[in-house]
Design a protein around this ligand. Structure first.
Ligand code: G3P
Ligand code: CA
Length: 222
């Protein structure tokens, strides 16, 4: 049976504060094949790694991410995407989930720069629930590997994946079954379900033959 890729969700969220360098280091220590992270834009137009659009839940600060400069966000413990890429240094795949508008040009430039520095496009997978955002990325760069996120419809995500010549479909794991998983794979796309934490759910996903699993407990994926 093919190995199921271990993808640390927001790093290794069960063991360290999510989307921090500590969390990504922990994911590397656990031998992850990939990490997942979320990006927003700072006031000075830098890509920063945080899930929410405010800093309130995960830092000591309060306010909207877009109202802080990169330096202020870093002081709160929020890394830039560049900080994470430097830390990971091509040792595993990075799934960059877009959580904000207006990041497209900067993200494209960042990925092109990373590829110049030795990253492979397949190591920098860009995903988003907003499929229009994925269309914008595709218009900018045909080489970027896209992951079509869905929490509602695999059928719709598969249609989008075909239109975009995407790399993967990223479904909420509760949407997946043997039939639709095979449908995605027969169409030529990888399958990366999220966020699968319970051992029984992980076993079920493995039995479906998914490409990789995103988990807060990546060490539970054998
Ligand atoms: O990318 C998969 C997953 O992270 C999407 O949901 O809310 O955890 O970003 P969320
Ligand atoms: Ca995410």
């Amino acid at each position: 049976m093919k190995k199921t890729l271990r993808i640390g969700h927001r790093g290794a969220r069960a063991y360290a504060l999510e989307n921090t360098l500590l969390s990504f280091q922990k994911a590397l220590d656990l031998g992850c094949d990939g990490i997942e992270l979320d990006i927003h834009l700072s006031k000075d137009n830098k890509l920063v790694v945080i899930h929410d659009d405010t800093v309130d839940r995960t830092t000591k600060g309060t306010g909207l991410v877009k109202d802080f400069s990169l330096l202020s966000l870093q002081k709160l413990g929020i890394p830039s995407l560049d900080d994470v890429l430097i830390l990971v240094d091509k040792r595993c795949m990075v799934n960059i989930e877009i959580k904000a508008n207006f990041v497209f040009d900067i993200l494209n430039t960042t990925i092109i720069e990373a590829v110049k520095n030795g990253w492979r496009y397949e190591q920098l997978l860009v995903s988003c629930f907003n499929h229009q955002a994925l269309h914008q990325i595709r218009q900018l760069n045909k080489a970027i590997c896209l992951g079509v996120l869905t929490e509602t419809s695999i059928e719709e995500a598969l249609g989008t994946a075909k239109q975009l010549d995407a790399f993967a479909v990223h479904p909420d794991y509760t949407l997946l079954n043997k039939t639709n998983c095979q449908l995605i794979q027969k169409a030529g796309f990888r399958v990366f379900p999220w966020t699968v934490n319970e051992p029984q759910d992980i076993a079920n996903m493995k039995a479906l033959g998914v490409t990789g699993i995103m988990s807060d407990y990546p060490d539970r994926i054998s």
